[in-house]
Write a protein that binds this ligand. Structure first.
Ligand code: HEM
Length: 193
Protein backbone atom coordinates (compact mmCIF):
# COMPACT_ATOMS: atom_id res chain seq x y z
CA UNK A 1 0.00 0.00 0.00
CA UNK A 2 1.20 3.47 -0.78
CA UNK A 3 0.97 6.58 1.26
CA UNK A 4 1.47 10.25 0.64
CA UNK A 5 4.06 12.23 2.46
CA UNK A 6 3.71 15.92 2.89
CA UNK A 7 5.85 18.07 0.68
CA UNK A 8 9.40 17.86 1.90
CA UNK A 9 12.86 18.43 0.63
CA UNK A 10 14.61 15.35 -0.63
CA UNK A 11 11.85 14.23 -2.98
CA UNK A 12 13.29 13.66 -6.46
CA UNK A 13 10.87 15.25 -8.90
CA UNK A 14 13.26 14.53 -11.77
CA UNK A 15 12.06 16.12 -15.03
CA UNK A 16 8.87 17.33 -13.30
CA UNK A 17 10.75 19.71 -10.99
CA UNK A 18 10.59 22.56 -13.48
CA UNK A 19 6.79 22.40 -13.66
CA UNK A 20 6.18 23.43 -10.06
CA UNK A 21 4.68 26.91 -9.87
CA UNK A 22 1.87 28.95 -11.39
CA UNK A 23 1.92 29.63 -15.12
CA UNK A 24 -0.16 31.84 -17.42
CA UNK A 25 -0.27 32.44 -21.15
CA UNK A 26 -2.32 34.46 -23.61
CA UNK A 27 -1.48 32.89 -26.96
CA UNK A 28 -3.47 29.65 -26.82
CA UNK A 29 -5.23 28.09 -29.78
CA UNK A 30 -7.93 25.43 -29.61
CA UNK A 31 -9.26 23.50 -32.61
CA UNK A 32 -12.43 21.66 -31.59
CA UNK A 33 -15.20 19.67 -33.28
CA UNK A 34 -18.54 21.20 -34.21
CA UNK A 35 -21.47 19.49 -35.98
CA UNK A 36 -20.83 21.55 -39.10
CA UNK A 37 -17.04 21.33 -39.01
CA UNK A 38 -14.36 22.99 -36.94
CA UNK A 39 -14.29 25.68 -34.29
CA UNK A 40 -11.02 27.57 -33.80
CA UNK A 41 -10.75 29.52 -30.54
CA UNK A 42 -7.89 31.67 -29.32
CA UNK A 43 -7.58 31.31 -25.56
CA UNK A 44 -5.70 32.21 -22.40
CA UNK A 45 -5.02 29.69 -19.67
CA UNK A 46 -3.39 29.27 -16.32
CA UNK A 47 -1.93 26.10 -14.84
CA UNK A 48 -0.96 25.68 -11.21
CA UNK A 49 1.41 22.78 -10.47
CA UNK A 50 2.01 21.86 -6.82
CA UNK A 51 4.53 19.47 -5.32
CA UNK A 52 2.70 16.69 -3.48
CA UNK A 53 5.57 14.53 -2.21
CA UNK A 54 6.12 10.89 -3.01
CA UNK A 55 4.04 7.74 -3.04
CA UNK A 56 5.08 4.11 -2.51
CA UNK A 57 3.27 1.31 -4.34
CA UNK A 58 3.48 -2.38 -3.41
CA UNK A 59 6.41 -1.61 -1.16
CA UNK A 60 8.64 -1.31 -4.21
CA UNK A 61 7.69 1.51 -6.61
CA UNK A 62 8.27 5.14 -5.67
CA UNK A 63 6.53 7.91 -7.60
CA UNK A 64 7.11 11.62 -7.13
CA UNK A 65 3.80 13.44 -7.61
CA UNK A 66 2.91 16.90 -8.88
CA UNK A 67 -0.76 17.93 -8.81
CA UNK A 68 -2.14 20.45 -11.30
CA UNK A 69 -5.23 22.46 -12.11
CA UNK A 70 -5.72 24.12 -15.49
CA UNK A 71 -8.35 26.75 -16.27
CA UNK A 72 -8.86 27.87 -19.87
CA UNK A 73 -10.76 30.98 -21.00
CA UNK A 74 -11.83 31.93 -24.49
CA UNK A 75 -10.02 35.16 -25.41
CA UNK A 76 -13.09 36.56 -27.17
CA UNK A 77 -15.29 36.70 -24.05
CA UNK A 78 -13.23 35.46 -21.07
CA UNK A 79 -15.67 32.55 -20.59
CA UNK A 80 -14.13 29.39 -19.04
CA UNK A 81 -14.47 26.74 -21.74
CA UNK A 82 -12.13 24.06 -20.44
CA UNK A 83 -11.22 22.89 -16.94
CA UNK A 84 -8.81 20.07 -16.16
CA UNK A 85 -7.01 18.53 -13.22
CA UNK A 86 -4.69 15.63 -12.57
CA UNK A 87 -1.21 14.54 -11.61
CA UNK A 88 2.15 14.25 -13.23
CA UNK A 89 4.15 11.35 -11.77
CA UNK A 90 7.82 10.45 -12.05
CA UNK A 91 9.16 6.94 -11.62
CA UNK A 92 12.90 7.58 -11.33
CA UNK A 93 13.89 3.91 -11.30
CA UNK A 94 12.12 3.11 -14.57
CA UNK A 95 12.56 6.53 -16.19
CA UNK A 96 8.80 6.74 -16.74
CA UNK A 97 6.59 9.82 -16.68
CA UNK A 98 2.83 9.48 -16.18
CA UNK A 99 0.14 12.08 -16.68
CA UNK A 100 -3.36 11.50 -15.35
CA UNK A 101 -6.13 13.90 -16.25
CA UNK A 102 -9.83 14.39 -15.68
CA UNK A 103 -12.11 16.73 -17.54
CA UNK A 104 -15.70 17.50 -16.60
CA UNK A 105 -17.17 15.84 -19.69
CA UNK A 106 -16.97 12.36 -18.11
CA UNK A 107 -13.54 11.58 -19.58
CA UNK A 108 -10.31 10.62 -17.85
CA UNK A 109 -7.05 9.07 -18.89
CA UNK A 110 -3.63 7.93 -17.76
CA UNK A 111 -0.94 8.70 -20.33
CA UNK A 112 2.65 7.53 -20.06
CA UNK A 113 6.03 7.94 -21.66
CA UNK A 114 9.73 7.54 -21.05
CA UNK A 115 12.02 10.36 -20.06
CA UNK A 116 15.67 9.88 -20.92
CA UNK A 117 17.03 13.40 -20.65
CA UNK A 118 15.45 14.87 -23.78
CA UNK A 119 15.72 18.66 -24.17
CA UNK A 120 14.73 21.04 -26.97
CA UNK A 121 16.94 23.51 -28.87
CA UNK A 122 16.65 25.96 -25.95
CA UNK A 123 17.77 23.34 -23.42
CA UNK A 124 14.28 22.97 -21.98
CA UNK A 125 13.10 19.63 -20.59
CA UNK A 126 10.74 17.85 -23.00
CA UNK A 127 8.02 15.62 -21.54
CA UNK A 128 6.06 13.41 -23.96
CA UNK A 129 3.19 11.13 -22.99
CA UNK A 130 0.43 9.30 -24.83
CA UNK A 131 -2.67 7.20 -24.14
CA UNK A 132 -5.10 5.28 -26.32
CA UNK A 133 -8.36 3.34 -25.96
CA UNK A 134 -6.65 0.19 -27.28
CA UNK A 135 -3.38 0.77 -25.48
CA UNK A 136 -3.02 -1.97 -22.82
CA UNK A 137 -0.72 0.18 -20.66
CA UNK A 138 -1.93 3.78 -20.90
CA UNK A 139 -5.70 3.95 -21.16
CA UNK A 140 -8.73 6.18 -21.47
CA UNK A 141 -11.96 5.90 -19.49
CA UNK A 142 -15.17 7.65 -20.48
CA UNK A 143 -18.84 7.71 -19.66
CA UNK A 144 -21.35 5.55 -21.56
CA UNK A 145 -22.61 8.73 -23.27
CA UNK A 146 -19.14 9.72 -24.45
CA UNK A 147 -18.34 6.14 -25.51
CA UNK A 148 -21.36 6.34 -27.79
CA UNK A 149 -21.33 9.94 -29.01
CA UNK A 150 -17.91 11.53 -28.65
CA UNK A 151 -15.42 8.75 -28.00
CA UNK A 152 -11.85 9.78 -27.23
CA UNK A 153 -9.62 7.36 -29.14
CA UNK A 154 -6.19 8.73 -28.40
CA UNK A 155 -4.26 11.46 -26.68
CA UNK A 156 -0.74 12.86 -27.06
CA UNK A 157 0.82 15.61 -25.00
CA UNK A 158 4.20 17.31 -25.27
CA UNK A 159 5.48 19.89 -22.78
CA UNK A 160 8.76 21.81 -23.00
CA UNK A 161 9.65 23.57 -19.76
CA UNK A 162 12.60 25.65 -18.57
CA UNK A 163 13.91 29.20 -18.06
CA UNK A 164 10.50 30.47 -16.90
CA UNK A 165 8.68 29.30 -20.04
CA UNK A 166 6.35 26.35 -20.56
CA UNK A 167 5.06 25.37 -24.02
CA UNK A 168 2.61 22.56 -24.58
CA UNK A 169 0.85 21.00 -27.50
CA UNK A 170 -1.70 18.26 -27.19
CA UNK A 171 -3.80 16.27 -29.60
CA UNK A 172 -7.00 14.44 -28.70
CA UNK A 173 -8.55 12.20 -31.34
CA UNK A 174 -12.33 12.19 -30.92
CA UNK A 175 -14.80 10.02 -32.83
CA UNK A 176 -17.71 12.48 -33.19
CA UNK A 177 -20.28 13.52 -35.80
CA UNK A 178 -19.41 10.51 -37.97
CA UNK A 179 -15.66 11.02 -38.24
CA UNK A 180 -12.43 11.08 -36.26
CA UNK A 181 -11.68 14.68 -35.35
CA UNK A 182 -8.17 15.86 -34.50
CA UNK A 183 -8.85 18.17 -31.52
CA UNK A 184 -5.72 20.22 -30.74
CA UNK A 185 -4.58 22.70 -28.09
CA UNK A 186 -1.39 24.58 -27.62
CA UNK A 187 -0.07 27.53 -25.68
CA UNK A 188 3.07 29.08 -24.31
CA UNK A 189 2.99 30.15 -20.67
CA UNK A 190 5.23 32.16 -18.40
CA UNK A 191 5.98 31.48 -14.77
CA UNK A 192 3.97 34.03 -12.78
CA UNK A 193 4.71 32.86 -9.23
C1 HEM B 1 -6.77 23.48 -23.55
C2 HEM B 1 -7.41 22.33 -23.59
C3 HEM B 1 -8.78 22.13 -24.21
C4 HEM B 1 -9.70 23.05 -24.66
C5 HEM B 1 -9.60 24.56 -24.65
C6 HEM B 1 -10.83 22.30 -25.17
C7 HEM B 1 -11.96 22.87 -25.74
C8 HEM B 1 -12.97 22.17 -26.37
C9 HEM B 1 -14.08 22.74 -27.11
C10 HEM B 1 -14.30 24.22 -27.33
C11 HEM B 1 -14.83 21.72 -27.57
C12 HEM B 1 -16.08 21.81 -28.48
C13 HEM B 1 -17.33 21.59 -27.70
C14 HEM B 1 -17.62 22.73 -26.82
O1 HEM B 1 -17.79 23.87 -27.32
O2 HEM B 1 -17.66 22.54 -25.60
C15 HEM B 1 -14.22 20.49 -27.11
C16 HEM B 1 -14.70 19.24 -27.34
C17 HEM B 1 -14.19 18.07 -26.80
N1 HEM B 1 -13.06 17.96 -26.05
FE1 HEM B 1 -11.80 19.45 -25.58
N2 HEM B 1 -10.58 20.97 -25.01
C18 HEM B 1 -9.35 20.81 -24.44
C19 HEM B 1 -8.74 19.63 -24.09
C20 HEM B 1 -9.33 18.40 -24.16
C21 HEM B 1 -8.76 17.18 -23.62
C22 HEM B 1 -7.40 17.08 -22.91
C23 HEM B 1 -9.65 16.19 -23.87
C24 HEM B 1 -9.61 14.73 -23.53
C25 HEM B 1 -8.52 14.04 -23.34
C26 HEM B 1 -10.77 16.79 -24.56
C27 HEM B 1 -11.89 16.11 -24.97
C28 HEM B 1 -12.91 16.65 -25.70
C29 HEM B 1 -14.00 15.87 -26.24
C30 HEM B 1 -14.21 14.37 -26.05
C31 HEM B 1 -14.80 16.77 -26.95
C32 HEM B 1 -16.07 16.45 -27.73
C33 HEM B 1 -17.31 16.85 -27.00
C34 HEM B 1 -18.19 17.74 -27.86
O3 HEM B 1 -17.71 18.48 -28.72
O4 HEM B 1 -19.40 17.67 -27.68
N3 HEM B 1 -10.54 18.13 -24.71
N4 HEM B 1 -13.10 20.78 -26.37
Amino acid sequence: MGFLMSEESGVDYGPLAGLIGTWAGEEGLDVAPEPEGTEVSPYRDSICFEAVGDVTNADSQTLAAVRYQQVVRRSANDEIFHDECGYWLWDAREGVVMHSLLIPRGVGLLAGGRYAGKTDADGRVVLEVAAGVDNPEWGIIQSPFMEKNARTLGFEHRIAVGSGRLSYSETTWVDIYGKVFRHTDRNELRLVE
